[in-house]
Design a protein around this ligand. Structure first.
Ligand code: PGA
Length: 260
């Protein structure tokens, strides 16, 4: 696991943009796994800048989003489909047929989840998965005690996650109880994981995910089992790490070919 410490979210987002851009330049038909929430917004702004100012071409890229609320129409202001359209896809040149987001209104949810997994396979698997982390340690909507081998399925949100996400809804009671999320097994199958975390309210979850034991109680800790993970943090999110000196030492002594 590579832990990269930055002063602020903007600096981390620029480096995250470089990691994604390098992949898209090397493999123009890359398959990206994408996340919603406040955390990836800086990265998405950076990708739009790279596309518009530097001509980074996304026309052959395929995307799969991590999750979606159940019972929320894709045009609803709080749907993750709408979020992605407004915050990323409207600024890039990815054909809509190459964009995949779970359908929160699917009539047969298990069949939809199975088809989502199949579509990922048909696309060749996810090359790079962008991840945030919940204050309860979730990845996607894989809440604590999620099977670390789980696949795309329905999940029930924790009270903590519903409270964290209430800021996006008109009334707290409007936050759905259910979602469709890629599973931990789905995420761990990605070739590269890029986890971003900003702000002090993530510090405890980050410390447990990076330095704690692997446990379904902190699903993000399963990233310790993945061979290629970048973790990009701002000062607040890094506050509770005990090995910060080492991560800084690693960064300062990277061989040239590993630098960003
Ligand atoms: P946030 O959510 O980016 O809005 O903090 C992250 C998550 O819950 O995974």
């Amino acid at each position: 696991m590579e832990v990269l410490l930055h002063e602020n979210a903007d600096g981390a987002s620029v480096v995250a943009g470089k990691i994604v851009a390098r992949l898209v330049r090397q493999k123009p038909n890359a398959v990206l796994g994408l996340a919603t929430g406040s955390t990836p917004l800086g990265l998405y702004r950076e990708l739009i800048r790279l596309h518009q100012d530097e001509g980074l071409d996304f026309s052959q890229v395929t995307t799969f989003n991590l999750d979606e609320y159940i019972g929320v129409d894709g045009n609803h202001p709080c749907s993750y489909r709408r979020f992605m359209m407004e915050n990323l896809f409207s600024g890039l040149n990815i054909p809509e047929s190459q964009i995949h987001i779970p359908d929160g209104l699917a009539s047969d949810i298990p069949a939809h989840c199975e088809a989502y997994e199949e579509a990922i396979q048909v696309a060749g698997g996810i090359d790079l998965q962008v991840l945030g982390i919940g204050s309860d340690g979730h990845l996607g909507f894989n809440e604590p005690t999620s099977s670390l081998a789980s696949r795309t399925r329905i999940k029930t949100l924790t009270k903590e996650t519903r409270e964290d996400n209430a800021r996006f809804f008109e009334r707290p009671e409007d936050v759905p109880h259910h979602c469709i999320t890629m599973g931990m097994g789905t995420i761990l199958d990605s070739r590269v994981c890029l986890m971003l975390a900003f702000g002090e309210n993530k510090a405890s979850a980050v410390a447990q995910a990076v330095e704690g034991p692997v446990s379904a109680m902190i699903p993000a800790s399963a990233l310790q089992l993945h061979p290629h993970v970048h973790v990009l943090l701002d000062e607040g999110a890094a506050r509770k790490l005990t090995r910060k000196d080492y991560y800084e030492h690693v960064y300062d002594n990277k061989p040239a070919w590993q630098q960003y």
